[in-house]
Design a protein around this ligand. Structure first.
Ligand code: NAP
Length: 484
């Protein structure tokens, strides 16, 4: 169908309840009435796939309380007639069975076919009828009963028989990323321009497919991942020439990390599901390079004004979720790159994003044996040992396992710790990934020996050591899996 013969109904404009005159994606509220209008198809929904940025935002908002996340999703869908996260502006997509097809519908599908939508839930009229009873509020993929309405222009694809449905759902959600990466690289080759690629958030779904696209194109690829656990996963997937561990929300840290891994690149693909990566992405690009902002957490103003402030000449592209043949291309990458399969396979559950505890505190008496230097002063390693212990208790409560310490980002020794002190160590979760937990640590002296065996509580606790570090849930210990 050419665009000049399009009618509003083809795009679902007649389903918009509020405000009048906009298309469904921009609407506050859609009409999800199951009675079909011209050109429409109704799906019996089986699974929703929440967009990663949206799920992260909801989990952070509710401190990992799955029931509260579920209530919020139901509230959004109930009030808006679609899954359109008002904060991230993103939605996801769904899989369902064709229940009814208007005679004018254009898609080549029949009643009974299982299909995945290739358009966002932010523009898909949706009704949920089962209260999402089978969902724990943690996983991106949500068992769901209800109906969705697809317009004549809605892209959809039949679920292939040789690919596991949940893997296909993950792939369909992000298949725009590899297609755009491939197109940008092909255009650059035609113009004789550089083709080195950096993928930020490389261990995720869109990241793995984007790396596979770049590898198939013959580009040198640097994967930027968040922690050692993700680095291991990308290494095993053999999709990158270089792997660096860095926080993509830290621009200078990212630049420094890249300097030992091929340096800035010609094409940077942003696949991180968290906000604040614009400046790192721009610094990761060479002058004349291209940054593909696939992430829904991207801020237009941060990107545009940041590039201006850095006086950096890069082309910045919004990652269009659609391009012709994008699902078929992503399927080809999945079938031809074993590594994609492992990174794309949905996590059984996002582990341990529970509401509590976010903070654990322990107290210790610093014995004479701990004294290392003159006047009973203990070595800095004492604080790190105490942080390891408090992190272990926190991870046992958070994740039901001890966790593995991946490393410290910062450690600061601010005041002495002495034999005879009573110290209080606190670990606080400041950020959660799928398997990673970013923790802030503090060790305070709360009581100190005065003379002989006389000690007294300090009126004001003395902050002796602070740190920030990353602990990961070991593979196989994710919630919902049997621990070995
Ligand atoms: P994903 O599978 O969750 O992958 C995101 C990856 O980024 C994860 O490996 C995550 O690690 C990592 N990460 C998070 N914070 C990081 C940081 N500070 N530094 C480095 N890495 C970090 O997400 P996805 O499904 O591929 O989606 C990626 C983005 O694309 C999301 O924003 C999503 O909304 C968006 N999206 C866009 C479109 C479009 O049409 N443009 C369509 C679908 C999705 P942890 O798991 O350890 O946190």
């Amino acid at each position: 169908m050419s665009l000049d013969t399009l009618s509003g109904g083809d795009l679902g404009a007649d389903r918009v309840l509020d405000p009048a005159g906009v298309l469904p994606q921009a609407a506050r509220r859609l009409d999800p009435d199951p009675v079909l209008r011209s050109g429409e198809i109704r799906l019996r929904v089986r699974t929703l796939n929440l967009d990663a940025a949206s799920l992260r935002q909801l989990q952070e908002k509710h401190g990992g309380d799955g029931d509260a996340v579920r209530r919020d999703v139901l509230e959004i869908v109930g009030s808006r007639g679609k899954m359109h996260n008002p904060v991230t502006g993103s939605g996801g997509m769904c899989i369902g069975v064709v229940e009814e097809r208007h005679p004018d519908a254009a898609a080549d599908v029949q009643v009974g076919d299982t299909v995945a939508t290739l358009v966002s839930l932010t523009l898909t009229p949706l009704v949920i009828t089962d209260g999402l009873a089978g969902w724990d509020g943690h996983s991106e993929q949500i068992p769901c009963d209800g109906h969705a309405v697809l317009f004549r222009r809605t892209s959809l694809v039949k679920v292939p028989e040789d690919v596991e449905t949940r893997t296909f759902l993950s792939l369909a959600d992000v298949c725009g990323a590899p297609a755009l990466t491939a197109r940008v690289l092909a255009d650059r080759r035609e113009l004789g321009r550089g083709e080195r690629v950096v993928v930020l958030g490389a261990a995720g779904k869109s990241g793995s497919l984007s790396m596979a696209a770049a590898q198939q194109h013959g580009s040198e690829v640097t994967a930027l991942v968040r922690d050692e656990a993700e680095a291991d996963a990308v290494r095993a997937a053999r999709l990158a020439d270089w792997i660096v561990v860095a926080d993509a929300t830290d621009p200078l840290g990212t630049l420094a990390a890249l300097s030992s891994a091929g340096g800035p690149a010609d094409v940077v693909v942003v696949c991180v599901d968290a906000p604040g990566c614009e400046h790192a992405a721009i610094l990761a690009a060479r002058p004349g390079g291209t940054v593909i902002f696939f992430s829904m957490a991207t801020s237009f103003s941060a990107a545009a004004l940041g590039a201006e402030g850095m006086a950096t000449d890069v082309t910045m592209l919004v990652g269009n979720g659609y391009s012709p043949g994008h699902a078929e291309y992503a399927l080809e990458l999945l079938r031809s790159h074993d590594g994609v399969q492992s990174l794309l396979a949905p996590q059984p559950r996002v582990p341990s994003v529970r509401a509590a505890p976010v903070r654990v505190t322990q107290r210790h008496y610093v014995s004479e044996q701990a004294a290392h230097y003159a006047d009973g002063l203990v070595a800095g390693a004492y604080s790190l040992g105490a942080f390891g212990d408090v992190a272990t208790e926190l991870m046992i409560q958070e994740a039901g396992c001890e966790g593995l310490f991946a490393g410290y980002d910062t450690v600061a020794f601010r005041a002495p710790v002495q034999a005879g002190d009573v110290v209080e160590t606190t670990a606080t979760v400041v950020r959660r990934g799928r398997r990673s937990r970013h923790l802030d640590f503090e060790l305070k002296v709360v009581a100190r020996r005065v003379e002989g065996s006389r000690s007294s509580r300090l009126a004001e606790p003395l902050v002796a050591t602070t740190a920030r570090g990353v602990v990961v849930v070991p593979r196989g210990h994710e919630e919902g899996k049997d621990t070995p």
